[in-house]
Design a protein around this ligand. Structure first.
Ligand SMILES: Nc1ncnc2c1ncn2[C@@H]1O[C@H](COP(=O)(O)OP(=O)(O)OP(=O)(O)O)[C@@H](O)[C@H]1O
Ligand SMILES: [Mg+2]
Length: 501
């Protein structure tokens, strides 16, 4: 088509190169946040074989700066010049297997999203090279001339440069000052807050590298080593991992593995909250897509399912190679992707099966709580598709108390109990459970309430022919007594002892 058109048509060419000043400013707005920008720079360090990345920030000075120093392979001066070029690589080029890059843009666009001055200092084979893009300079000159700096010792953060490696320095942090350009204290507090937020993201996104399952990476933030956050809790023995499924596609293998997180009671609280993050477990259930072990999507079902309370322990790890970037529409920030149709079809089935099983397990557990109890305080009643929770008026504690009441008060007592049931705050419970289920608890029992319960249920069981020796097992099936079992044991011993006397 092209060829035919050019033979017939008369074509003149004229230089219409973009204006450097406007194009480079446009590179500031790819939609990076501080955390995605930092991660993009660390991607480069990993691709360069670094085992250590030190993130240093001085936010309290007149001219704040952020630097990322890695001990990767560094660059020669021609390589540095290429690296600083906007679009230094073709996205369609085949990349090395461990290369996390794609567009040849990340270093520049991530940096410009946060600052107006990007300096890269690098040392390879003992030779230091240094180059800088200063957006104010580009604006003024309106050309693509890169500044090469021959006195790197004058550069802020130059002392961070390892024997071999690279330091990326961000200055003129206009996007990070929170509008406090005159108030240094507030500006520093704002920047530190942003950095603290980014810390969690880096711990999550690079967790497999930090854990050392892949070439081990150490990330330091102002000298402090960051610990990994594994969103799948895969090292926890209580995490349920289904067998891995492999989709063999033309461009590479997609590996899918369903994980059911341990129940919150089987994980230290700190770990549980760390994995749920600020948004909580309801919002973070879903798909975890790793591209060459680097997390690019963390949570959400990408339209394949709804996020429900019953499925909030479900997370699916999906591993993809960098050979599938075009199909997955990996964006410049490496913070989003779209499921290719063929993967979507398969995943849909996996998700339906996985979530279906999880919902059944949960429902069974809920059912059991009510059914397994010989004497539930609450009955779960199913009627015409509705489920109603109703106080069990036949409970021995209620009945024996009612029997002690004068005849004319008994109906009133039952009415009070029924009123409690009809006033069960379902909407509030639902809202609380949806947002923060693990913080919602039944009220604690006072010791004399426990005692009444043990005595009344004990007596009722014995009068129905049960042997005293069988009492402990039966009482333990009562969730309320089981939850307070330490306090129940001495009460029960007393009760059985008194029977013998
Ligand atoms: N820390 C580093 N150490 C060594 N080389 C680097 C480093 N950072 C960048 N480079 C070189 O600069 C090139 C350009 O980096 P840049 O981040 O702009 O693009 P990319 O990583 O190739 O692709 P993407 O746009 O997807 O990030 C890299 O391909 C790499 O060759
Ligand atoms: Mg990159």
């Amino acid at each position: 088509m092209d060829g035919i058109a050019s033979e017939k048509m008369k074509i003149r060419e004229i230089d219409a190169a973009p204006f450097a000043a406007s194009l480079i400013e446009g590179h500031r707005d790819f939609g990076y946040s501080l955390e995605t920008a930092l991660a993009d720079i660390i991607d480069n360090s990993i691709s360069a074989g670094a085992t250590e990345v030190a993130l240093e920030a001085d936010t309290a000075t007149e001219y704040p700066w952020i630097a990322l120093a890695d001990n990767g392979r560094g660059m020669s001066e021609p390589e540095l010049v290429e690296a600083m070029r906007l679009g230094s690589k073709n996205p369609t080029d085949v990349r090395a297997i461990d290369d996390l890059g794609r567009f040849g843009l990340g270093l520049k666009s991530a940096s410009f999203s946060q600052c107006r001055q990007l300096t890269v200092l690098t040392r390879r084979d003992g030779i230091i090279s240094c180059a800088r893009w200063d957006l104010d300079g580009v604006s003024k000159r309106n050309n693509w001339n890169l500044e090469l700096i021959d006195s790197p010792q004058d550069i802020t953060g130059h002392e961070l440069l390892p024997v071999t490696g690279t330091v990326v320095i961000w200055e003129k942090l206009d996007r990070l000052d929170g509008g406090y350009d005159r108030n240094w204290d507030k500006r520093a507090a704002h920047m530190n807050g942003e950095l603290a937020g980014a810390e969690r993201y880096l711990r999550l996104v690079f967790h497999r590298f930090i854990e050392g399952k892949r070439p081990r990476l150490k990330i330091l933030l102002n000298g402090r080593v960051l610990k990994p956050i594994d969103p799948l809790a895969s090292d926890n023995p209580a995490c349920q991992k289904d067998p891995e499924e492999i989709m063999r596609l033309e461009q590479g293998d997609v590996r899918i593995r369903c994980h059911t997180l341990p129940h919150h009671s089987r994980m230290p609280r700190e770990r549980w909250e760390e994995i749920g993050g600020p948004e909580g477990h309801l919002k973070t259930q879903g798909l975890y897509v790793y591209r060459e072990n680097r997390l690019i999507i963390s949570g959400g079902w990408l339209g394949l399912a709804r996020q429900t309370e019953l499925t909030k322990l479900c997370r699916i790890a999906i591993d993809i190679p960098n050979t599938m970037d075009a199909d997955w529409k990996i964006d410049v920030k490496k913070a989003s992707a779209q499921l290719p149709a063929v993967v979507r079809e398969r995943l849909k089935k996996v998700v339906e099966r996985f979530l279906g099983t999880s919902k059944r397990t949960y429902k069974k557990r809920g059912q059991k709580l009510v059914d397994a109890t010989r004497f539930p305080v609450w009955n779960r009643v199913q009627r015409e598709g509705n489920i109603v929770f109703r106080p069990n008026l036949e409970h021995p504690v209620f009945r024996s108390f009612a029997n002690e009441l004068p005849e004319e008060f008994r109906d009133g007592f039952d009415r009070c109990l029924r009123l409690l049931g009809s006033a069960l705050p379902i909407d509030t419970l639902h809202a609380e459970l949806t947002g923060n289920a693990e913080a919602v608890h039944a009220d604690v029992a006072l010791s004399d309430e426990l005692e009444i319960m043990v005595l009344e249920i004990g007596r009722t069981l014995l009068s129905s022919g049960m042997k005293p020796a069988d009492l402990p097992d039966t009482l333990q099936s009562h969730p309320f007594l089981r939850a307070n079992w330490d306090a129940v044991v001495p009460l029960l011993k007393n009760f059985i002892g008194e029977l013998k006397e």
